[in-house]
Design a protein. Structure first.
Length: 498
């Protein structure tokens, strides 16, 4: 549905009145499973090293080639964030209950941990580690007689669960996820919800453990930042230049490029990223970065952009960045199933935490925004549990119409870089659910997001086809009608995870 210009103007006016620090994206200066290539050497051709600027410094004055893998025997440290994350999770849960829950809290909690309740409640400690699995295992070396996965074939792009045996009768429940406050926060929220949603028999059996459950929780985050993880990935695979970067719905893009006659990409994968690299896509060097499975979640998305600009600075020609993510509508269920084009994004976390303070806003010079796509004012939050009915009313009053978990961090990274005026940005949000101001409106909530994603392949492909043409990655042929992808790699799963 097209939104009226007057509505957008009033929304932007409301946003601008909140902001004491307004950043403008500078105007452009001109117009599934991967094959693993784990070689530590640089590639000599294709997506290998090019003419990197050797002395380029950015942000925290860290050169791209200064971030290296740890020396043999070196152990990555883990910082204790338990008090901070657990208390934050408790506040968000309390607010969610007080201000009116939009999502089904039981569904949210039991989605991951339902079948492991007994293990969790019998464990001596329940520890979340944010970081790479090898680093976690090195950190735990000697503490356990064994560390065994709870489930087979746990995907590295999601949380993985393990039992760390202290003795034959004493064990810890270990969760390993990607490094980042938001990943830890959503995991702890789900664990805390267990106390509320276990059945009466379990409550009676584990009464004492449930009463002291928070005391058994630990949160430890790796000293290796997500940005440094990503830099290492790009350096390890010799990816140091690109003309276009496309983040999200990688399978759809691969299918479109294959239909255009572009050769299959070089593929690289590890715990941090899944990347396809096209050395020559109609004369352009293109990177496809996955959000599906190896999700670039929340603030990790901003650190990915920082890493890209460190390793692939747009020194001689502009860099095109396309981001197609997923998000929710705010009291606008008619938008579900559409792709919208945000033209501003508000830091919703700071607003929720203290609504009396000014919130940082980015205006987005969105090259994907045209007369055919609805334009929205967006807000980014760190967890969907912050989205209450009362929160939805506040956002609606401000003229905010969509919510996601990555876009603010992406814009913050771009606008903080010295290359903001050399980036052509194309942003779309697939609206997968509705955050209603009325609790009874529950037919298009987050629980149904994957169904919406499965039903919108043609919508995504049409949007991406148009953007790829604008970027010059696909040949301009208006008569083509992109067909729906059929391969396993082209079937994305739910992106908006928590």
């Amino acid at each position: 549905m097209k939104r009226r210009a007057a509505t957008l103007c009033s929304a932007l006016a409301a946003i601008l009145s909140l902001s004491c620090n307004l950043w403008y994206a500078a105007k452009p200066s001109g117009n599934s499973t991967s094959d693993k290539r784990e070689s530590s050497s640089k590639q000599s051709s294709g997506c290998g090293p090019s003419d990197r600027l050797q002395n380029y410094q950015y942000a925290r004055d860290v050169k791209a080639n200064e971030v290296r893998d740890p020396k043999p025997g070196y152990r990555v440290s883990f910082q204790d964030k338990t008090a901070e994350i657990v208390s934050q999770a408790q506040r968000i849960i309390e607010t969610n209950q007080k201000e009116g829950a939009v999502l089904d809290q039981r569904w949210y909690s039991l989605k991951y941990f339902d079948k492991h309740q007994e293990l969790i409640l019998n464990a001596a400690t329940v520890t979340f580690f944010g970081g790479r699995e090898n680093d976690v295992r090195n950190h735990l070396s000697g503490r356990y007689i064994s560390i065994n996965p709870i489930e087979e074939n746990q995907d590295s792009g999601d949380i993985r669960m393990y039992i760390g045996e202290r003795t034959k009768s004493d064990f810890d429940f270990i969760v390993i996820g990607q490094n980042g406050n938001e990943v830890a926060l959503k995991t702890i929220i789900r664990l805390l919800y267990l106390r509320k949603f276990v059945d009466d028999k379990t409550k009676q059996k584990y009464r004492d453990k449930l009463a002291s459950f928070t005391q058994s929780l630990q949160v430890l985050l790796s000293s290796v930042s997500p940005r440094d993880e990503f830099i290492k990935f790009f350096n390890r695979h010799g990816i140091d230049r690109s003309d276009a970067v496309i983040i999200g719905f990688r399978g759809d893009v691969r299918s479109l490029m294959k239909d255009d006659g572009i050769s299959d990409p070089e593929s690289y994968s590890d715990e941090s990223l899944r990347v396809n690299c096209y050395p020559d896509a109609n004369g352009k060097r293109v990177l496809l970065v996955s959000i599906d499975k190896n999700r670039i979640f929340a603030s990790r998305a901003g650190e990915l952009i920082e890493a890209l600009l460190l390793t692939s600075p747009p020194a001689r020609s502009p860099l095109s960045i396309t981001f197609l993510g997923s998000g929710g509508a705010i009291d606008a269920r008619q938008m579900v199933g559409q792709i919208v084009t945000p033209i501003s994004v508000l830091n919703g976390d700071s607003y929720v935490a203290s609504s009396g303070k000014a919130a940082l806003v980015h205006l987005i010079r969105n090259s994907a925004a045209d007369g055919t796509a609805p334009k929205t004012a967006d807000v980014t939050v760190e967890t969907v549990v912050a989205e209450t009915t009362q929160w939805a009313r506040k956002m609606k009053d401000l003229g905010i119409s969509t919510v996601d978990q990555e876009l603010f961090h992406i814009m913050n990274a771009i606008n903080s870089s010295p290359y903001a005026n050399r980036i052509h940005l194309y942003v779309g949000t697939l609206v997968t659910d509705n955050v209603s101001s009325k609790a009874q409106d529950n037919d298009t909530t987050l629980e149904h997001a994957e169904e919406i994603i499965s039903a919108t392949a043609d919508v995504r492909r049409a949007f991406l086809y148009k953007i790829l043409q604008k970027m010059g990655v696909l040949k301009k042929d208006a008569s083509r009608n992109p067909r729906e992808p059929r391969s396993e790699d082209a079937r994305p799963l739910g992106l908006r995870g928590g």
